[in-house]
Design a protein around this ligand. Structure first.
Ligand SMILES: [Zn+2]
Length: 380
């Protein structure tokens, strides 16, 4: 199985690179415009329609293909979004961002990038980046106006898991329940505090004001996201290391967009909370997934329905108690709600994978027939 990772560093674009980024942005917008006007969806037909239009750009031809392929992806996402919401805005690339799989080379600690035919620029790569990519094949380069990111790839054998871990993400922690019965919590309150710094920024504006959107997607938001990302990296690293040591697969909830994002009433506005949280929930999953795949650990997603309200032992609807505890009216099980959710996710994943004898009591909860026999066993 081929797996990917990426690593980035800051850099200062030379005038040639800044020029290339701007050319790429314009080509991308040309392709998007053509795709929208001609209602083209496939890469092949967009290539046929757009390639000649791009002939006026004096850049290496790799970039024309890359712009067409990037535009195809953007158009596909746009069509998908439009089916759900007909008012969605037509796509337009405002920021410079270039990704290429072709034409670049890394040699002697430098990245060499074509600008035009037989004309290259070099960018110095820092020690950390050089050491990271050292043993691997390179896949692509992405440049923005201040960052350079390299994607690299490896071939791994997928492990046959000896068990699973179920991961439940909450506002302030991530809770991990494992097949061997252990439960671990990683504190994420520091990330919540980093996100909270927005409060000061946004309190001056009305909700959904265009200025707030700019703040959150702008330079200030970038800083906060970097901070949160770093905190999530610590948690995801330790979770995957633990899973690797035990040779366990990973089960997470499929993010449906609404669950939990609006749950807690506090000073945060609902709009802000949804936006920042959905990003950080997705970011943690993204990190865990690519780190786990890199190690050959299987990753599966389960539907979140009922994970926070169902008893992880017998499957009954739980009653909330004080201090974030839940109690089951049927079997009497008393448990922290985050732990219960993680256990339910573990059960769902274990069942999905078809390994029924791995999780002991936990497996019983999600299967109606097994549940009955478990009840009668307890009764006797
Ligand atoms: Zn129960």
């Amino acid at each position: 199985m081929r797996v990917f990772k990426s690593v980035w560093q800051r850099y200062a674009p030379t005038p040639e690179i800044a020029w290339l980024l701007e050319q790429f942005r314009q080509m991308l917008n040309d392709c998007i415009r053509i795709g929208l006007a001609e209602n083209v969806t496939s890469l092949k037909s967009l290539s046929l329609k757009a390639y000649r239009q791009l002939s006026g750009y004096d850049v290496a031809s790799y970039y024309k293909s890359c712009a067409i392929s990037a535009a195809t992806g953007i158009l596909r996402n746009y069509r998908k979004a439009k089916r759900k919401n007909p008012c969605v805005k037509e796509p337009y690339a405002r920021r410079p961002r270039l990704t290429t799989c072709y034409g670049f080379k890394v040699r002697d600690g430098e990245l060499s990038l074509p600008i035009r035919a037989r004309e290259h620029v070099r960018i110095y790569l820092n020690q950390h980046l050089q050491a990271t990519i050292n043993d691997f094949a390179l896949r692509s380069v992405t440049l923005t106006k201040d960052r350079l990111s390299l994607a690299y790839t490896n071939e791994v054998q997928q492990l046959r898991p000896r068990g699973f871990i179920g991961i439940d993400r909450n506002l302030d922690n991530v809770t991990v329940a494992a097949t061997d019965g252990t439960v671990q919590q990683h504190d994420l309150s520091e990330a919540t505090r980093a996100k909270a710094v927005y409060r000061g920024v946004r309190s001056h504006f009305k909700r959904n004001d265009v200025r707030i959107r700019r703040e959150i997607s702008g330079k200030y938001g970038q800083k906060q996201r970097d901070k949160v990302r770093q905190i999530l990296h610590r948690a995801s690293k330790s979770i995957v290391e633990e899973a690797k040591a035990k040779q366990y697969g990973i089960t997470m909830e499929k993010l449906t967009g609404i669950r939990k994002l609006y749950r807690r009433g506090n000073w945060q506005g609902r709009w802000y909370r949804g936006r920042m949280n959905s990003w950080s929930y997705a970011e943690l999953q993204r990190q865990i997934e690519y780190k786990a795949r890199w190690e050959g650990l299987p990753v599966i997603y389960v539907h979140p329905h009922g994970t926070s309200s169902r008893c992880s032992i017998c499957g009954e609807h739980m009653k909330p108690e004080e201090n974030r505890m839940l109690q089951c009216p049927s079997c009497g099980y008393m448990v922290d709600r985050d732990v219960n959710a993680a256990k339910n996710i573990l059960v769902a994943g274990t069942l999905r994978f078809g390994v029924v004898d791995l999780a002991g009591e936990a497996v019983v909860a999600a299967s109606a027939t097994v549940r009955k026999s478990a009840k009668s066993m307890r009764g006797s």
